[in-house]
Design a protein around this ligand. Sequence first.
Ligand code: LMR
Length: 404
Amino acid sequence: MLEHLDRLPPDPILGVMAAFRADADPRKVDLGVGVFRDDAGETPVMRAVREAERELLARQTTKTYVAAAGNAGFNEAMERLVLGQGHAALTSGRLRTIQAPGGCGALRLGAELILRAAPDTVVHVSTPTWANHVPLLSNCGLKLERYPYFDPATGDVAFDAMLGALDRLPPRAVVLLHASCHNPTGADLEDAQWRELLGVVRRRSLLPFIDIAYQGLGRGAAEDAYAARLFCTELPEVLVAVSCSKNFGLYRERTGALHVLSATPAAADAAISQLMRIARGLYSMPPDHGAAIVHAILGDGRLRKAWEEELDAMRSRIQQLRAAAVQRLTVTCPGKDFGYIARQRGMFSYLGVDVQAVRELRERHHVYMMDDSRINVAGLRMDNIGYFAQAVGQVVGQGQPREG
Ligand code: LMR
């Protein structure tokens, strides 16, 4: 039976990750998979995570099952982290949370819940969006459509086009929104634009499904959650998929959560009962370790402060790398304007070159990025930005390098 299966190409992002690892050239630069790196090129275990983990292992007495919805303490801590202390939804009786295997697990759980609520629902995702949004949201059978999002000419959100498209959707359409640090473009909505979008979502009775995978890596932990906080204040129903991969550096521990805000407490109870049944049928229960670490950090004032400081340092590093990349690229590619990279937020930006240039950068210079030229800015180092910019200059630079 299995001999008829087609062989598939590697996943676009994980394929680049594997190709980079297999490259033995010491000059290689990894701008592919979205992981944070320090100036030594490592993705370190965060200090607060290391400490919480040590304490956790010392006091853990059992590996028995936790619960169908995961770690209740983690779930509550995530609600407060995302929505902020004192948010009205926390005491409304309308919010429920299920721990999930990473942000991916949360997205899939949300999609399955939507499917059970209304199987004909269409989920609208931005053009472009994270490559894995497509299988995560559609493999369960939901239909996917696109709305315009990015203007490559300016490097900003094509806000009018986005708003216009969403304002034509039928009631109960689902709109997937990146809360911050848009993947792959790095172009985010400003707070005033979120408020304008809220008006459209409300008027058209759309269901927002917010993906927050980079909280703290854009403008700040509260600022990056602005959309989730606003929409959960103003709307009857919202889904929020959360990932702890990047802001806690817990990638392989698969730590995330799905928050569901329902119109009434009874509807919220029904939603969480459905989610627990869905999870049971997919993977039974989420892995414990990462969630236990996050719970320990967020519940301890000292560890939390240490985590916040490290997260702030990660965010500043990304901002410095963005500024340094623009400065170097301006020298090696005088004909191109890369200023948008410094304005954008989070890990990703487009370099804005074609697939041939991407291949040449990989083959001739060992610089790895996605085929659509998405770069993980956090993969640069101060000591290889010059090499990276030279390589880009050689492949796509126009005109003579300026002095500088
Ligand atoms: C990325 O976009 O590179 C990250 O979110 C990692 C992944 O799983 O794709």
